[in-house]
Design a protein around this ligand. Structure first.
Ligand SMILES: NC(=O)c1ccc[n+]([C@@H]2O[C@H](COP(=O)([O-])OP(=O)(O)OC[C@H]3O[C@@H](n4cnc5c(N)ncnc54)[C@H](O)[C@@H]3O)[C@@H](O)[C@H]2O)c1
Ligand SMILES: [Zn+2]
Length: 351
């Protein structure tokens, strides 16, 4: 089985979702561009699992390969690792006609993508996502970045890949918690755009439909990116559950993972939207059920004040408004601009 989604943004490219496609990476690239040097970027957890397979596929297709392996985890997504990767490319005489391949999760994709964007002012870039989150979210749309001490994703670029290859066989080796984190984003897509997708994943029995699920999420992300590549309007809809989710992450000192925090954020946002009378349907119970069935949390111990203080209090002082994403009905979210100070009341009515 195989599905291809074409993305037409500032660059056009295919996202191919196919079981086992990792071992065909070489021939897939060859169909698009000639032989060159492939800079394979991956982390030390993914390397022992998949690097050999991918490398063999490239070398059999006539490509030269060099490998850059870094320590897995968000802590590596920084300027230091980026700098090491750029120096590595320079030492290996990587040229304009060569290609960066990101083999791994969102950390690898974001950092390798940024390196591809800035090395020699931009060289070819292929994404081979190996986590569910990377398949349904981070590998599509061209946001690349590293973290700074002051916060996540503060240095980056919009840089579209030239090809995305999603081999969902890779999901079999994921920790169940990491798979569940990806499901938080899948459920998010369902609530924002597609009741059918939501219903498909609601009972948690998702592995049998995984190609269909990934393909639908990629299509939805494609539509948003094509409409608003640079995140000025519609793309903000993808932040459903994220404003409060980020607060949960911060309050827990990042002890609560992103996916889990977004799950909690979605529940608070849905409940608040209903309690404040902003929406016509109450989606909260459905969302809670879907999250529980997919091994995700639905609440945290933090108070509304704690959540507000940690991310929004400084913004309140600066005045201004914030766009909240609220579920009008299941499968259709809308943006609602509110003054920042009103977000405290919003969180209070959602807890
Ligand atoms: N660019 C975007 O649009 C976008 C969107 C959402 C998230 N992100 C970013 O994505 C990152 C999170 O992505 P993530 O959750 O994939 O993190 P990750 O890349 O750190 O992967 C999570 C863990 O799973 C391991 N792993 C990866 N694939 C595996 C496999 N097949 N089998 C076993 N283990 C595997 C990794 O080594 C890592 O330890 C964050 O940095 C976030 O900012 C970016
Ligand atoms: Zn997210």
């Amino acid at each position: 089985m195989s599905a291809t989604v074409r993305v037409n943004a500032s660059g056009s490219y295919d996202v191919v979702i196919e079981k086992g496609i990792m071992s065909r990476a070489g021939e897939c690239c060859k169909a698009l561009f000639g032989t060159c040097k492939m800079v394979l970027v991956t982390d030390d957890k993914v390397a022992p699992l998949y690097l050999e397979k991918v490398k063999t596929s490239f070398t059999s297709a006539g490509y030269d390969t060099v490998e850059f392996i870094f320590k897995n985890g968000e802590e590596s997504k920084n300027i230091d690792t980026l700098s090491q990767l750029l120096e590595f490319m320079a030492e290996n005489r990587v040229t304009r006609s060569d290609t960066v391949v990101a083999l791994g999760g969102g950390v690898t994709g974001d950092m390798a993508g940024f390196a591809a964007a800035v090395f020699l002012r931009g060289i070819r870039f292929v994404q081979m996502p190996t986590t569910l989150l990377a398949m349904v979210d981070s590998s599509v749309g061209g946001k690349t970045a590293v973290d700074l001490k002051a916060g996540k994703n503060l240095a980056g670029a919009f840089y579209q890949p030239d090809l995305v290859l999603c081999d969902y066989d890779a999901l079999d080796t994921l920790e169940p918690e990491t798979f569940a984190e990806g499901m938080a984003e899948v459920i998010k897509y369902g609530v924002i755009f597609d009741k059918k997708l939501f219903d498909l994943v609601k009972n948690g029995d998702v592995k049998k439909d995984i190609e269909k699920i990934i393909t639908r999420c990629v299509e939805l992300k494609r539509d948003v990116v094509e409409a608003d590549e640079h995140d000025k309007g519609e793309r903000q809809l993808l932040n459903f559950g994220h404003t409060i989710g980020h607060a949960v992450e911060k309050c827990s000192n990042f002890g609560i993972s992103h996916g889990n925090a977004v799950a909690i954020g979605m529940v608070i946002a849905a409940k608040a939207s209903h309690n404040l009378g902003w929406v016509s349907e109450n989606c909260t119970d459905d969302i809670i059920e879907a999250l529980k069935n997919n091994s995700l949390p639905v609440k945290s111990e933090f108070t509304a004040e704690e959540l507000f203080d940690v991310t929004l209090n400084d913004k309140k002082r600066a005045g201004g408004t914030i766009s909240l994403v609220i579920p009008e009905v299941m499968g259709n979210c809308v943006l609602k601009k509110v003054p920042v100070e009103q977000v405290l009341e919003f969180i209070k009515s959602g807890i």
